[in-house]
Design a protein around this ligand. Structure first.
Ligand SMILES: Cc1cc2nc3c(=O)[nH]c(=O)nc-3n(C[C@H](O)[C@H](O)[C@H](O)COP(=O)(O)O)c2cc1C
Length: 309
């Protein structure tokens, strides 16, 4: 008996609920020699900005227990080069391309979306709101529910494709931000981005990253991400894509059962380029072994102890 792995998000049908996470899968094409990208539910591109960015000085990645800390600084080739050089090749694969968008102010987000609006082969936009708002003293857009909502509303007004807002775990109350951006018109949410962390070199007594602090990702953050996804899915009606430390099929299943409609694989791609494919195959096997005919029947099926819910 085969299992139907398809899910629907923002009116789009995904052949399976496994996507790759922004910034951990290049522009997708880097992985095309490893497997047919068309086997993925979707690919979230590296974050795209209006102008190319070189990112932060090295060292900008350090390994930590069960994860890694990065301060890449959103290095990318810029949205125009993405559309001209990467997208024509990427759209030949039978998968959803989700363009991850960011800017240092509202107008930059809007300009990136305007340029992408005219490009063929993109299914949705994912707004990275975990970046500093230069006009608001460098505070992350995603830390303030009102600011996140205003940005979502502005993007939604001009976007010709669905908007997925990617939430920051560094917000004081991620659930409040989730509700605010839903209200502002977001079609779906993804959660979580990296968690702000610090690693210290005890000999030099300096931070290991050139920029000081960085974003923690990988298996170390999974329980936090899972808890947040559970709370968010119970607070909003729009679909939530779970992200954070997913490395095995069991991890992906936990997120689906906790309420995520799909998941993204991030840091695992760094040490196993086939991680997402192994998880897709693992999902099929799990469903067959347990008589599950549709993956949708698992979504949100968590039986939480009532007193703890
Ligand atoms: C090196 C690196 C670069 C990243 N770049 C982006 C980015 O450009 N845009 C974005 O929204 N998230 C970015 N992320 C966050 C990931 O997409 C993901 O949300 C996070 O790493 C948690 O998932 P994981 O534990 O599976 O890696 C980046 C993460 C890493 C490790």
């Amino acid at each position: 008996m085969s299992c139907d792995l398809s899910v629907e998000i923002a009116g789009l049908r995904f052949k399976n609920p496994i996507l790759t996470a922004s910034g951990t899968f290049g522009y997708g094409l880097e992985f095309a020699s490893w497997f047919d990208l068309g086997r993925l539910g979707g690919i979230c591109t590296k974050g795209l900005s209006l102008e190319p960015l070189e990112g932060n000085p090295p060292p900008r990645i350090v390994e930590t227990h069960g994860g890694m800390l990065n301060s890449i600084g959103l290095q990318n080739i810029g949205v125009r080069a993405f559309v001209a050089e990467k997208l024509p090749k990427l759209r030949q694969f039978q998968t959803h391309i989700i363009a991850n968008v960011f800017g240092s102010c509202f107008e930059e987000y809007l300009e990136v979306i305007r340029i992408l609006n005219d490009a063929e082969g993109i299914s949705a936009y994912e707004l990275n709101i975990s970046c500093p708002n230069v006009k608001a003293g460098g505070m992350e857009f995603g830390n303030d529910p009102d600011e996140a909502a205003r940005l979502t509303e502005a993007c939604k007004r001009i976007a010709r494709r669905p908007i997925i807002v990617k939430l920051s775990p560094n917000a004081g109350d991620i659930v409040r931000v989730a509700r605010a951006v839903e209200e502002a018109g977001a079609d779906a949410l993804s959660a979580i981005n990296t968690i702000l962390g610090l690693s210290v070199d005890i000999y030099t007594r300096r931070p290991r990253l050139a920029t000081g602090m960085g974003g923690l990702s990988g298996p170390a953050i999974k329980p936090i991400a899972l808890r947040m996804v559970y709370q968010i899915t119970h607070a909003v009606r729009i679909p939530v894509i779970g992200i954070g430390g997913i490395a095995t099929v069991e991890d992906a299943l936990e997120f689906l059962i906790a309420g995520a409609t799909a998941v993204q694989i991030g840091t695992a791609n760094y040490y196993d380029p086939l991680a997402s494919i192994k998880i897709i195959e693992g999902l099929k096997r799990f469903c067959e072994q347990h008589g599950i005919t549709t993956i949708r029947s698992l979504i949100g099926s968590l039986q939480m102890n009532e007193r703890l819910a």
